[in-house]
Design a protein around this ligand. Sequence first.
Ligand code: DGJ
Length: 733
Amino acid sequence: MSIKFKPKTKEFHLYNQEVSYIFCVLSNGQLGHLYYGKRINPDESYLQFIEGEYRSLTSFVSEENSTFSLQHTRQEYPSFGTGDYADAAFMIKTKDGSRLSDFKFYDFKIQKGKPTLEGLPSTYVDSDEEAETLTIQLRDDYSQTLLELTYTIYENRPVITRHARFEQLGDEVIVLEKALSMSLDLLDSDFKCLHLDGAWGRERHVNVLPLKQGCHSIYSLKGASSAEHNPFLALLRGSANENFGEVFGFSLVYSGNFIGQIDVSPYDEARINFGIHPENFEWLLSKGDSFMTPEVVMVYSDCGLNGMSQTFHSLFRQRLVRGKWRDRLRPVLLNNWEAMTFDFDEKRILTLAKEAASVGIELFVMDDGWFGKRNSDRSGLGDWTVNHEKLPHGLTGLIESIHEMGMSFGLWIEPEMVNKDSDLYREHPDWIFHHPERNTSHGRFQYTLNLANEAVYQNIYQQLHHLLANHEIDYIKWDMNRYMSEVFSPLHSSQQQGELSHRYILNLYRLYDALTSEFPNVLFESCSSGGGRFDPAMLYYAPQTWTSDNSDAIERLKIQYGTSMVYPLSSMGCHVSEVPNQQVQRITPLSTRANVAYFGSFGYELDLSTLSNDEKKAITNQIAFYKNYRHVFQRGEFTRLISPFESKVTAWQVMSEDGNQGFVAFYRTMVTSNEGRQRLMLQNLQPEAIYKINHSKNYSGATLMNAGLVIDKEAFVEGLRDFTSLLISIEKQ
Ligand code: DGJ
């Protein structure tokens, strides 16, 4: 791995065994992009990719050279208004009202390792040998602003991370109106674009579209990364698919408003822009102030989407998730929400807990409804003290009883929100986002606390600190059940209003950071009405996320398939729930529900007391099975085999880190009459090695990968039925 600077041609080349990223200083001092893709020779020059040509209807940089135009030059971090007419990476408004800037190369620094981004989550290294970092400094003389572009390349991963930082050096106050994390001008647009979209209950469905001239974007203006679009984009070259071809993946480490854009020019070049959404965003910089953008993680794969996903999985699992829980196996949990919603008391909780302990559950989670006057979603949020009417022995008494049963104890919170019917709101009605002269919308009868305000932050921090410091809580589920609206605060000046959304997110990270450092043994799971804030930034603090409120096994195939594009199995909370399913009324076999939920951080979300003895026995066996093999599911290499978006069956595979043990899951979503034979081409095996399939027959890796594994129709214990599945074990001999 290396970062090379060639002084003669002023080219920077970042490369490792797999990938090259090249840019240069242009003749006007700005930065031009040359190449990103499979590794190419670091000793050659690539200036031929700066095309200079006279064209009509074009603005040229100077009269001396009517072939040099920013409009036709690929750039590294393009500015607004000076001849490049595509969307810029940033915009600065100066005192005179102009939005022009001209950042010229000033200096650069190459260092070992990877610096942290102050106040922001990011990927990291455990040793300085794992990565190298290049920081380029540029200056705009007129506004006296410094711009730093930072790039880190990992040694053994096809990963480059990027972010930008602005610092005001001069006396003039400038307004940053747009500050994206990256811009990338690719040499062509021969790609399909893939993103993960949906809504509540059907998050992260895979969408693939051809690139066409014009601008295509995904975004969130909801104050959360959102269920509608995940902050992730991939470009698939030509006919690339799951297993073949070039794929470029971009993942933004941010939980708030974002935009990801692909703009294809009339010359069939593609510009990717990614970062904080500029709408309702502005940031004032006085002398000495700086602004840092979130990090974007760029992954290159020349073996299709699976290759890209496997790189994201190992990076996020090993170098994004932090703390003790990074390397610990996750407990099997039971959550009481779907069994009880708000309707519980200590007796009901303990009855369920006893049942949970008897089937082998390790972590009992008490969800919404335990605090304040929380008997419905109309009251209580904001008051994080126990409801003694429901829990007469308080949290302490309850936790003691759960611990005595041999389980750890988890608790639900939603600290960013308040109901009007709460002591907190009655005391501080001005603490929510609202405009005093306008209507304030609600979501689920709740309002968003203005976490950007220090007093609000301190209050929430104190309440949560008190909760965790005074109770033996082992796990926290941190929920967030509405998107933000009327993002305005009478507590802030008119100039600060454009900063609120991002300041909220910064203080959310600060809050998570404080609590996770003070209580390092607590396992945090993030949640936002299911998967409404499933993003890499959350994983930096909370190693797992509740994947979706939709726990129907068949719907989950699509949700988990899409989520796996970026996020490792260990990060996905996956539970077996009751049938008929509460979200879609579908009845699926218990075995299929488990066969889907095993591929994640596993748990249950149902009333065990309503089940038959046979069902309880089956659940006991499922839990024992998962405990035996959770290292395979939580740490193994996951490969998608057949997509639920393209077929009536779904299949995927996981192999343990050492490659000795694995599972293939085959799900029959819809039965076809007189169906043909199904054959699965397995992946990720050693061709010469012999593998025992389902504890019976042996095949070579080469056979299983090239000729395939034939699905035995007789093996479906439920017979020929919709929603059945097989979990097939693979053991290396
Ligand atoms: C939404 C979550 O996704 C559910 O699992 C549950 O915790 C409810 N909120 C509780 O209000």
